[in-house]
Design a protein around this ligand. Structure first.
Ligand SMILES: *Cc1c(COP(=O)(O)O)cnc(C)c1O
Length: 379
């Protein structure tokens, strides 16, 4: 089955009983058992729910994995990876340009539980190699990164992880499986905030995992059932509904992002543009190799720091100042005070997250409207 067909059909056969073309919303917490020890495959909706299972099978198919798991949020999915696979004293090597919430989870929760974490330069595999220790059990990479769109060489980092007997987890939220399939490049686990492009309409919070091996899957699935953190059937259904149009949406997001990046690069008010599709982006060649496209996220730095950012955001009409990304509507955010506020200032600056930085999620509105708006707001 080709990717576009999987989006619409994987895990989503017509309902056997009624023929319903869409997977029904199984709004139930529990299931009738025919006798003691004789259930019909479903017991309790924390352990499993048919609507959720359809979504879990769908993400597995899209990522080319054997197994899928769905969670109430991207961070709940990340928690299950750590909780299911690691124990006190284990070591994680993570890329240093990370979603702020992932960083907060590592630093403020799992470090207290005795996990050791070293950050490596996201754009440099040698830095991952140098950070590996005897007790490294997991390597964590986000690519392209949030918010600076750095590119991590997935195949190279997979080899480093596996040499050290560690697993590689890749946060594929920005690229989605439409543009990048990390398991094909050697990753063991793919992580998604399905709140973003997979859901695609800014109307549901969710997280997904695609997992290559059965034993890894079993351990994370055990944690999912033991700790909870599962999505309800409506949220699973909304996410499935969003996924159906992923290919048409991603093409449109990318087309707008390309034009926006080109426009921003010509603006005197803009000092830097971060978009992997631009030839002067440091990860451009690698992105062209390991991805099927460059995605819909563009970050840029305004000359004049916070004051310039305040002026810019006040002039926006079509583009909305908001957290999150990946919805059909264009959203712009100010990482320093929003998505990346959890990172201490000196660490933020070290990573290049400056007071003039704006992160833009190009929506699928008319590109002409978006370009006109940006040109006006940057005057
Ligand atoms: C939003 C996001 C997350 C967290 O997901 P939630 O659904 O908000 O819990 C993780 N990684 C990336 C790259 C994100 O953008």
């Amino acid at each position: 089955m080709k990717f576009e067909t999987k989006l619409i059909h994987a895990g989503q056969e017509a309902d056997r009983q009624t023929g319903s073309v869409n997977v029904p919303v199984y709004q139930t917490s529990t299931y009738k058992q025919d006798a003691i020890g004789k259930d019909r495959g479903w017991e309790y909706s924390r352990s499993g729910n048919p609507t959720r299972k359809a979504l879990e099978d769908c993400i597995a198919a899209l990522e080319g994995a054997k197994h899928g798991l769905a969670f109430a949020s991207g961070l709940a999915a990340e928690t299950a990876v750590i909780g299911g696979l690691l124990k006190k004293g284990d070591h994680v090597v993570a890329g240093d340009d990370l979603y702020g919430g992932t960083y907060r989870l590592f630093e403020k929760v799992f470090k207290q539980w005795g996990l050791e974490i070293t950050y490596a330069d996201s754009g440099n595999p040698a830095s991952f190699k140098k950070a590996m220790r005897r007790n490294t059990r997991l390597v964590w990479a986000e690519t392209p990164t949030n918010p600076l769109l750095n590119i991590t060489d997935i195949a190279a980092v997979a080899e480093i992880a596996h040499k050290g007997k560690a697993l590689l987890a890749v946060d594929n939220t920005f690229a989605t499986p439409y543009f990048q399939r990390p398991i094909e490049l050697g990753a063991d686990i793919v992580v998604h905030s399905s709140t973003k492009y997979l859901g695609g309409h800014s109307d549901v919070i969710g997280g997904l995992l695609a997992i290559k091996n059965k034993d890894v899957f079993e351990a994370v699935k055990f944690y999912q059932n033991a700790a909870g953190g599962v999505p309800g059937p409506w949220d699973a259904w909304l996410t499935l509904r969003g996924i159906k149009t992923l290919s048409v949406r991603m093409k449109a997001h990318e087309a707008n992002a390309f034009e926006i990046a080109a426009l921003l690069a010509r603006q005197p008010a803009v000092s830097k543009v971060f978009y992997p599709g631009l030839e002067n982006h440091p990860g451009h060649a690698l992105a062209a190799e390991q991805m099927d496209g460059f995605g819909g996220m563009v970050s840029f730095e305004l000359k004049g720091g916070r004051a310039a950012a305040d002026r810019f955001f006040r002039k926006l009409k079509v583009i909305t100042l908001a957290e999150s990304l990946g919805g059909v509507e264009s959203l712009a955010c100010y990482p320093v005070a929003m998505t990346h506020a959890a990172i201490p200032e000196k660490d933020r600056l070290k990573r290049g997250i400056t007071a003039g930085l704006v992160r833009l999620s190009a929506g699928i509105e008319s590109g002409e409207d978006l370009l006109a708006e940006l040109e006006r707001a940057l005057k």
